[in-house]
Design a binder for this molecule. Sequence first.
Ligand SMILES: NC(=O)c1ccc[n+]([C@@H]2O[C@H](COP(=O)([O-])OP(=O)(O)OC[C@H]3O[C@@H](n4cnc5c(N)ncnc54)[C@H](OP(=O)(O)O)[C@@H]3O)[C@@H](O)[C@H]2O)c1
Length: 263
Amino acid sequence: MVITGASAGIGEALARELHKQGARLVLGARRLDKLEDLSLSMGKAHVCVPCDVSKPEDCQRLIQAAIDSFGRIDTLVCNAGFGIGRLSAQTTPDEVRSLFDTNLLGTTECVRHAAVVMKGQERAHGFRGQVMIVSSAAARRGLPMLGVYSATKAAQLVYAEALRVELAPSHIAVTTVHPVGTKTDFGTVAKQQGQAFDVPGRSLFQQTAQQVAGKMTRAIRYPVRECWPFWPIRYALVLNAAFPSLGDWVMARQFREIRRKLG
Ligand SMILES: NC(=O)c1ccc[n+]([C@@H]2O[C@H](COP(=O)([O-])OP(=O)(O)OC[C@H]3O[C@@H](n4cnc5c(N)ncnc54)[C@H](OP(=O)(O)O)[C@@H]3O)[C@@H](O)[C@H]2O)c1
């Protein structure tokens, strides 16, 4: 199994969970030292590949490393990603490009190389392989101050919907994952990118990376189309789709809270 963004947060928690279940892993991220520490803590049993998914050649190298090491890929988890909190209308072209380069292009490039490999594999448990894409609950409702980030997550979702139908005849499963706020380094990284506030209201239904990884592990064992680690939000988002004014009302409260914090 290949996991991008395995050096921290959800990716690291997933790696630990899958290791416990006996999986052989290829771990990708930019910080090789973190990956090697992680692999060491799991008995040095896994392959670590320095990889910046915003660079197409790195995505290809990651997939090649998996083939060179294990000869097949059962599951590719496109998890690497980040966000920057900004007023949507003030997000600069460089910020927009960098968000899409990592969150969307990093996904499409890994999938492009992995799909070729998976199509040539023998079936195991009914599937030749599985593509799992870590999107977000924000894929179905743009969050104020995270407009462009939300757009990258929506883009991952609609890309996966098309991909799922295209890869079904080849017996390759496609699963999207839609976490709500999760306790990881996500907020710290956003602040390093210049974000000046904490996203409020997260503690209401914030989850741990281990909780999300547990649900993802189940969706790897029994592939589903969409994995919602905090399932009630899925139904709240159905309401949002039917009544966007209701969604706007909830989001406007969150936006007011951010503005109050910013002063
Ligand atoms: N935390 C949340 O509230 C939340 C909610 C919904 C969805 N998500 C999604 O969950 C995924 C994981 O986020 P997280 O919360 O676990 O954040 P995190 O703790 O900051 O971890 C992000 C991971 O992605 C890697 N990464 C970032 N940019 C990369 C790049 N260009 N190339 C390769 N790896 C890269 C980081 O590794 P390096 O820095 O070492 O490269 C790190 O391993 C993201 O796609 C995020 O959008 C998070």
